[in-house]
Ligand binder design. Structure first.
Ligand SMILES: [Zn+2]
Length: 228
């Protein structure tokens, strides 16, 4: 009887010992996994400016991110990203009153510019460049769909500079990668009335003003709501 008790106690002790080893092994191997940093997402490296090539309003309805989303849905654009479907090809839409609306998340690929092969190297503008669209037709040509030729409003220009500065800081985007759609593809977009020189002058001054060891670029993992 005593012998039996001895063996059952020994078996229990051995079982607990092995179970303990397995538990700690799995615990520490998990701990080891936690110490491995997750792969860093590759953020955008540039910005492409666009115009909507549309009137500011159609009837009483103003053209905004929602309307563009519906228009791009008809064209068959879609992207599923983090549980949501997006049709709009741009990452930001800037309304004539200076409101900045969100399109696709910043880390999601866009649908706003064709890839280009330059010096044997293919540049994927949709994957690496953010698309910012200002509502209006800034081309000197008008068609039935574009409506009359207009200039961006001062509020729109200021909002464009504001959001571009934020993106420069967030992703370390160099000035040479801030371009117009027509600089890369066969298009008039964003039109001759788009004040590219003025905007770039302001951005140059901004970058120059904060040059120094204290300028730190941060990358965000997800898009944040941007407020003016
Ligand atoms: Zn464009």
């Amino acid at each position: 009887m005593e012998r039996r008790a001895f063996w059952s106690r020994s078996l229990l002790a051995a079982f607990l010992f092995i179970a303990g080893i397995l538990f700690f092994k799995s615990f520490f191997s998990h701990r080891k996994d936690w110490r491995v940093p997750p792969p860093k997402p590759v953020g955008p490296i540039g910005i492409v400016f666009h115009h909507s090539a549309s009137p500011r309003k159609v009837g009483n309805a103003r053209i905004n991110a929602r309307r563009i989303d519906a228009m791009h849905k008809k064209r068959g654009y879609w992207l599923y990203y983090e549980g949501k479907t997006y049709h709009i090809g741009y990452h930001f839409v800037i309304l004539p009153d200076g409101t900045i609306e969100l399109g696709r998340p910043e880390m999601a690929r866009g649908a706003h510019a064709h890839a280009v092969v330059r010096n044997g190297k293919r540049i994927e503008y949709n994957t690496r460049y953010l698309g910012i669209c200002l509502v209006g037709n800034f081309s000197n040509k008008r068609t039935r769909s574009t409506g009359p030729s207009v200039s961006p409003t001062p509020e729109q220009v200021e909002a464009t500079i504001h959001i571009t500065k934020k993106l420069i800081d967030r992703y370390g985007i160099p000035l040479e990668n801030i371009i117009r759609h027509r600089d890369i593809n066969q298009t008039r977009c964003p039109g001759t009335r788009f004040p590219y020189g003025f905007i770039m002058g302001r951005l140059k001054a901004y970058v120059a003003s904060k040059k120094g060891p204290s300028s730190v670029y941060t990358r965000s993992l997800s898009s944040r709501l941007l407020t003016r």
